[in-house]
Design a protein around this ligand. Structure first.
Ligand code: AVI
Length: 318
């Protein structure tokens, strides 16, 4: 009898989709929201009035750029993990450049498309800034940072991107950062803070449906890249926030009992009506939790900057 050949699960994306959709309960990783369409949707999210994170961090950087960049010092490589469109970072780049600080900018992102756009815009707007991009996930590229740095390192991680990691993953990540830091290196990170739960729910549940489309983009990607036949209309986006743990969770919920096929994975999936796919966590923090996380990684908070309402904070670690 001829043995059935296994499907060719030759990318991490395929492997993780297979794992997540054959698990119970089903899950998918939000890192796969991002391709050309997903990048644009995330930019639209950042421009939404409900998504306070971007404007608040923008205001913190604008207000404290003097103090922040003076702590950065002179002569360093500025690495940025998950750089995206770099809109907020440009406040610092411009200020550093204006003050004749010697540095180079090394943005890292999972999306090659985002990096290309960023390089174009930095070259056009800040021609004096030396920029070298690097494509990859945060974890992959930490090794690269270590191997590619000859100067002192300042590592930026803005946008509360750390919030997309569960605490154990965040600790692992911070420990990996700690492992590549030399004595004079610094880490500058944004952490969205616990606040009125309604404000958080509104930020992840806009009425215009942009966040829903952003979550559903992962299904569109599976359809396009793996021969899936998800009917997007059959799913609805649902957000919950637990004020005790500070965890916002996103789901795609199947509105009907349905079968879905993913050809490249040779997968036939069954969904009961109201069965969920968990797609993202967006963790919210307070000083206690940030201190605890940093202690787990042997990092020390040396400065912090907040907006007037304490909606959001940026911390500098050593
Ligand atoms: C990129 N990341 C920090 C965003 C967040 O707030 O979790 C992604 C996002 N998801 C829905 N809206 C924005």
């Amino acid at each position: 009898m001829q043995e059935k050949t296994k499907p060719l699960i030759n990318t991490t994306f395929k492997k993780e989709v297979y794992e997540g959709l054959t698990a119970f309960p089903k899950f998918l990783s939000s890192k796969y929201f991002y391709n050309e369409v997903g990048d644009k949707l995330f930019q639209d999210i950042m421009a939404m009035p409900e998504y306070y994170l971007t404007n608040t961090e923008f205001d913190i950087l604008s207000e404290h750029k003097d103090k922040i960049t003076s702590l950065f010092g002179n002569d360093f490589s500025l690495f940025e993990l998950g750089a995206g469109d770099g809109k907020k970072t440009k406040i610092l780049l411009e200020h550093l450049s204006k003050n004749n600080i010697d540095f180079d900018y090394r943005p890292i992102d999972i999306s090659q498309n985002a990096l290309e756009q960023l390089k174009k815009s930095v070259n056009a707007e800040l021609p004096n800034v030396v920029i070298n991009t690097l494509q990859g996930t945060y974890f992959e590229t930490l090794k690269n940072i270590d191997e590619n740095s000859t100067k002192r390192k300042i590592i930026l991680f803005l946008g509360s991107n750390i919030g997309n990691l569960l605490h154990p993953q965040a600790i692992d990540f911070l420990q990996k950062i700690h492992a590549i830091l030399d004595k004079e290196d610094l880490v500058f990170m944004g952490f969205d803070q616990k606040k009125n739960p309604q404000t958080i729910l509104d930020a992840y549940n806009d009425k215009t449906g942009i966040t829903e489309a952003f979550n559903k983009n992962i299904l569109t990607r599976i359809n396009a890249e793996m021969g899936g036949n998800f009917n997007l209309e059959n799913f609805t986006h649902w957000e919950v926030y637990d004020p005790e743990s500070g965890t916002a969770k996103s789901y795609l919920v199947s509105k009907v009992k349905q079968e879905v096929v993913i050809k490249a994975l040779e997968l036939q999936l069954h969904f009961d009506a109201w069965e969920t796919i968990h797609t993202e966590i967006s963790q919210k923090y307070d000083d206690k939790v940030v201190t605890w996380l940093s202690e787990q990684a042997n990092l020390k908070i040396i400065a912090q900057f907040a907006d007037n309402e304490n909606l959001y904070k940026n911390y500098i670690f050593k």
